[in-house]
Design a protein around this ligand. Sequence first.
Ligand code: AP5
Ligand code: MG
Ligand code: ZN
Length: 214
Amino acid sequence: MKLILLGPPGAGKGTQAERISARYSIPHISTGDIFRENLKEGTELGLKAREYMDRGELVPDGLVIDIVRDRLEKPDCRDGFILDGFPRTVAQADALKDILAAMGIPLDHVLNIKVPRDVVVKRLTARRTCRSCGSIYHLIYDPPEEEGVCDDCGGELYRRDDDSEETVLARMDEYEEKTQPLIDYYRDEGLLRDINGSVEPGEVFEAIRTIIEA
Ligand code: AP5
Ligand code: MG
Ligand code: ZN
C-alpha cells in the first residue's frame, strides 16, 4: 500500500496518516515532522528549514528530495508507506516518480483531502501537538483529557510556531500556488482520489478505507 496524502495545511493529513499507519502497519513519512525533529535536535538541516517554515514558505526542493529518497530506501517501506506533505511541488513529484521507478514500486493512490479555507484557519490556530510523540489534538474538536498533556504518552502539548493566523494564511497561499497543480498532475496519471475532509475524522477515515480496501 503506497499512498500519498495531498491537501492544504490543516486538511487533516497528519490526523489521517496516524490512523492509516496504525491500521495497516505502514510507516508514516511526514517531511514537516522530519524538519521539526531536526530543529529540535539543532541540526544544520533543521536550522535551514526553519527560516522557510517560520515564514510559511516551502523549503527548497533540494533540501527535501534527498531526505525522502533516503527514507523510502529503508527496508520498512518495502511493503508500503504513507507520504504526508510530500510531494509539494511538480519538481518533487517528478523526483518521486524517478525514485519509485528505480525501486520498482508503483504508487497505489493519491488521496486528495479537500477542505475550504475558512475551516483550515479554525483548525490550525487551535491545534496542539505532542512534543514527544507527535500526536495531534484540537482545543475544541479533539481536546486531550487533561489540558496540555498528551493522552497517548503524557508528553507536553505545544502550539506549532507556524500556526499563527498570519503564517497559516501564508502557508495557504504557498499551497495554492505550488502544490495545488499536483491535483491535475496525479489526476492525469489516474491516481487521484478526492476525499471530503470537512466531516469528522472518523468519517474521513472510513472514506479512505473504502478507497484503499476496494
Ligand atoms: P507540514 O508539517 O506538512 O504542515 P502542513 O502541510 O501545513 O499541514 P499541517 O501539518 O499543518 O496540517 P495537516 O493536514 O497535517 O492537519 P492535522 O492533521 O494536523 O509542513 C510544515 C512546513 O514544513 C511547510 O510549511 C514547509 O515550510 C515545510 N515542508 C514540509 N514538507 C515540505 C515539502 N515537501 N517541501 C517543502 N517544504 C516542506 O489537523 C489540523 C488540525 O485540525 C488538528 O488540530 C486536528 O486535530 C484537526 N482536525 C483534523 N481533522 C479534522 C476533522 N476532520 N474535523 C475537525 N478537526 C480536524
Ligand atoms: Mg501535518
Ligand atoms: Zn504524546
